[in-house]
Write a protein that binds this ligand. Structure first.
Ligand code: FAD
Length: 379
């Protein structure tokens, strides 16, 4: 099928299949049956084995719809790609297809009360007991944990070595009775994320992703996918939110005013520039060119775009923007964009250090055993 035919088929499928209020799991199964879930993922693991070109065409067609895929965004954007890159064939065979079909929901268990920007400081422990690991600890800000079947868990497996060296990555069963999920309400009034308490939860060694002690490099893989997927809006809504943000602003303002037009043009240009940058990173990734820290640049640009849009909305529309149903969510969520997936300050540190080659931040904890550091609840 050439790209024009692919586009026509995707458009028709979306017109026939996106229904208000549909169960997301039912929708995902249909999306997968139709060949639109995991478009670039390998055929062997349940993907469609197609190229970025088809994926982009589908995303363009989906931009005018609201797909009910938000609860799968962590699995599609971060956990699945990490398993493809770093998992075993057994793990790929077990987990990837159910993820793509929406049968199983995933969350990412990295952040803790004492480990956010400094995620290598996690204190959640996993201790080996034969072929099983016993996990114990607390995570926070865990998106979609309340619906998750599986979580990608970063845990400390050796506190006697420096903090980056004693970590391992696991797939944890979120349905185990030792896992307690408590919702945290944000200023939109919804609970987008949760606290997660892990109380002596057994994890089979077969669910370890990467070597024991190599969890930091697996986490870096996940974080890279996280930044790329956030900036590209994987699983978010098919792009309707940002298109709506623009349209809502246009509808709520007097576009004969040159000041308003300047603002709207600037918003459009920033959004278009980010789209093109994301397309370029996606094509390069497919061609084997590692985007590295430029993924952080894309994520920073998206967060700045969200803040710019929120500022523009309040300056052009005034206080009425806060109660405009089409604008209020974007206003309330803009600050979160500058935190989730790594804060703007951390993105700037990474860009300074790894893209621009500026001197790195001084690091005094690189060679000190983790148990001797004053982090989290450690005295
Ligand atoms: C909407 C949303 C969803 C999230 N979902 C998840 C999820 O699913 N799973 C998960 O594991 N986590 C999730 N997070 C957590 C997110 O990754 C953390 O909030 C983020 O890494 C920042 O950590 P922190 O909140 O502990 O802030 P801190 O690290 O305590 O930072 C506080 C402030 O200090 C600044 N700062 C810290 N260190 C430095 C430094 N070295 N240089 C300069 N400034 C610095 C930060 O930029 C920030 O302004 C989510 C967060 C949000 C907002």
């Amino acid at each position: 099928m050439n790209l024009a035919e692919y586009r026509r088929a995707a458009r028709e499928w979306l017109a026939d299949n996106v229904r208000d209020g549909e169960d997301p799991r039912v929708f995902m199964a249909r999306l997968h049956d139709a060949g639109y879930s995991g478009i670039t993922w390998p055929l062997q693991w349940g993907g469609q084995g197609l190229t970025q070109a088809e994926e982009r065409v589908f995303a363009e067609e989906a931009a005018s719809c609201t797909l009910p895929t938000f609860m799968f965004s962590i699995g599609l954007g971060m956990c699945g790609p990490t398993l493809l890159d770093r998992g075993t064939d057994e793990q790929r065979a077990r987990f990837v297809r159910p993820l793509l079909r929406g049968q199983e929901v995933w969350c990412q268990l990295f952040s803790e009360p004492g480990a956010g920007s400094d995620v290598a400081a996690v204190q959640t422990r996993a201790e080996r007991d034969g072929d099983t690991w016993i996990a114990d600890g607390q995570k926070v800000w865990t998106s979609v944990a309340e619906r998750a079947d599986w979580g990608l868990l970063l845990a400390r497996t050796d506190p006697d070595v420096p903090k980056h060296k004693g970590l391992s990555m696991f797939v944890i069963d979120m349905r185990h009775p030792g896992v307690t999920v408590r919702p945290l309400r944000d200023m939109t009034g919804r609970a987008h994320f949760n606290e997660v308490f892990i109380d002596r939860v057994p994890i089979p060694d077969a669910h370890r992703v990467g070597a024991a002690g190599d969890g930091w490099s697996v986490a870096v893989t996940t974080l890279l996918h996280e930044r790329l997927s956030i900036s590209a809006g994987v699983g978010m809504s098919g792009g309707k939110d940002s298109a709506d943000g623009f349209e809502a602003l246009r509808a709520a303002t007097d576009t004969s005013d040159p000041h308003v037009r300047d603002g709207l043009v600037e918003l459009h240009l920033r959004s278009r520039a980010l789209d093109l940058f994301n397309q370029r990173l996606a094509q390069e990734t497919k061609a084997g060119i590692f985007p590295g820290a430029r993924g952080s640049a894309a994520k920073l640009l998206l967060a700045e775009l969200a803040l710019f849009r929120a500022d523009l909305a309040t300056s052009l529309v005034g206080p009425a923007a806060v109660v405009d149903p089409a604008l209020s969510d974007a206003l309330a969520l803009a600050p979160a964009m500058a935190l989730g997936g790594g804060t703007n300050e951390i993105m700037r540190n990474i860009i300074g250090d790894r893209v621009l080659g500026l001197p790195p931040e001084p690091r005094l904890d690189k060679t000190v055993p983790f148990k001797e550091l004053k982090v989290g609840t450690q005295e």
